[in-house]
Design a binder for this molecule. Structure first.
Ligand code: ARG
Length: 462
């Protein structure tokens, strides 16, 4: 049964049981008790310091709030469905402990600015955690790339062999993607890290509070200036979840590489036993379930983003109860992204890349055809013509069931007199990558430059 609501003054009847259950958010926002208590302590200290409350009254409330934190941590105070939300549960307990005087805590405050504060505090540290988890993953990528700085493999477009690349180059592409994800998360943190407290319900307050003082005490960079903006927007959560969605998209793609590469058909990688599972019926199976789950859970995060955007789109200013629905998607997105990052790093570290097998496929499937065309271009042919002639060479090989490097220079010359003895040299993957002198290419020298870059960047991070 719901306890008497703290706002029940103007009501004659109590809330219907079903309405209470329908509207209680404590199952989700109970997670925010630490943030809620930290915010309340900062608020009440400020009320004491500004003379809105007597200093000893403020101190008594702050001390009781600390005790309540201990009670929750020790499992003595259950945050359960009797309460409407985490704010009411804590304030209710405060009043239970201190008597009606505990109710002074809510002076110059509303749950509208309170909940926004709790979420901003939670999100700030969640974003830091995600940024650190990305750094961990980047370190693993760098280590794998260093081990495979000389490993050749086929690079793909359309999942068809395209041109030879270095495995390190492929891995460092992800290091770059995750670095942008990290930047997005930390950029969002900047906008998140502003205190909404003091906006009260929407209009501000007539008490002589000091918003900057609370902001400073809680480590915020400043306040959300406009009080209506402060209580009515959730764009910081939406941004965070958008950044998580992009991160998950990248994680899902690397997961897909692992799934594909660990098939016997590819045979490029063996994921460690600790991150693969067997089949209950087929004894030979070693399934990449963790990688598949990273891929599969991406949908949860995208779903969260759409939920939030949809929830917000038609709301008139300022606070509306719809906004209580932000917590599920926020936690879902953060938890899922955190878990996916946390498993991807050790899963990659556990994986063995089969360099010999990869190298053996590097020149298969005519992946050096572009080299042949480029060769003709360097001898004066316009690229389109060179492309056409090379296409005919490839068609000839397909007909005969042979590879480009099975043809001798004489055979090449039947397609163009520009081919000379040295064409054979260009039909090696190592030559192909070495020739890619352009900035950011897969040439060994460029890959070394990237490795040095990431060693510097990741080495400098805590
Ligand atoms: N549980 C509410 C939420 O998450 C707290 C704010 C309630 N404010 C209100 N005016 N009913 O949004």
């Amino acid at each position: 049964m719901a306890s008497e609501n703290l706002w029940a003054g103007r009501f004659r009847e109590s809330l219907a049981e079903i309405a209470h259950r329908f509207s209680s958010s404590i199952a989700l926002d109970g997670r925010l008790y630490r943030e809620d208590i930290a915010g309340s302590i900062a608020h009440v200290r400020m009320l004491g310091a500004t003379g809105v409350l007597a200093v000893d009254e403020a101190t008594r409330i702050a001390t009781a709030l600390e005790e309540i934190r201990g009670e929750i941590e020790r499992g003595e105070l259950e945050l359960d469905a009797r309460h409407e939300d985490v704010h009411m549960a804590i304030e209710g307990r405060l009043i239970e402990k201190l008597g009606p005087g505990g109710g002074a805590l809510h002076t110059a405050r509303s749950r509208n600015d309170q909940v926004a504060l709790d979420e901003r505090l939670y999100l700030r540290s969640a974003l830091d955690g995600l940024a650190d988890a990305i750094t961990e993953l980047q370190r693993v990528l760098l280590k794998c790339a260093e081990e495979h700085a000389g490993t050749l493999m086929p690079g793909y477009t359309h999942t068809q062999r395209a041109q030879p690349v270095l495995l390190a180059h492929h891995l460092l592409a992800y290091a770059s993607m995750f670095d942008r994800d990290r930047e997005r998360l930390l950029d969002c943190r900047r906008r998140t890290n502003r205190s909404p407290l003091g906006a009260a319900a929407l209009a501000g307050t007539s008490f002589a509070i000091d918003r900057m003082m609370v902001a400073g005490e809680l480590g915020f960079d400043g306040i959300v200036e406009n009080s209506m903006d402060a209580v009515s927007d959730r764009d910081y959560i939406i941004e965070a979840v958008a950044a998580c969605s992009i991160t998950m998209m990248h994680l899902s793609r690397i997961a897909e590489d692992l799934v594909l590469w660990s098939t016997p058909e590819f045979g490029f990688v063996t994921i460690g036993d600790a991150f693969t599972t067997g089949s209950s019926i087929m004894p030979q199976k070693k399934n990449p379930d963790m990688a598949e789950l990273v891929r599969g859970r991406t949908g949860r995060v995208y779903g969260s983003l759409i939920s939030l955007l949809t929830m917000m789109k038609g709301l008139p200013l300022a606070y509306n109860r719809d906004m209580q629905e932000d917590k599920g998607p926020m936690f879902e997105a953060i938890d899922t992204t955190r878990d996916a990052l946390a498993i991807m790093a050790p899963m990659l570290a556990s994986s063995t890349f089969h360099g010999t097998r990869m190298a053996s496929q590097a020149d298969a499937g005519f992946s050096l055809a572009t080299e042949v065309a480029d060769y003709l271009v360097r001898r004066g042919l316009p690229f389109r013509e060179a492309h056409h002639i090379t296409g005919r060479v490839v068609a000839h090989c397909v007909e005969r069931g042979c590879a480009l490097n099975d043809l001798d220079p004489v055979a090449f010359r039947t397609f163009s007199p520009l081919f000379e003895e040295d064409i054979a040299e260009y039909l090696r993957p190592a030559t192909s990558i070495a020739l890619k002198g352009s900035a950011g290419s897969t040439a060994p020298a460029e890959v070394q430059r990237q490795l040095a870059h990431w060693r510097g960047v990741l080495g400098a991070r805590a």
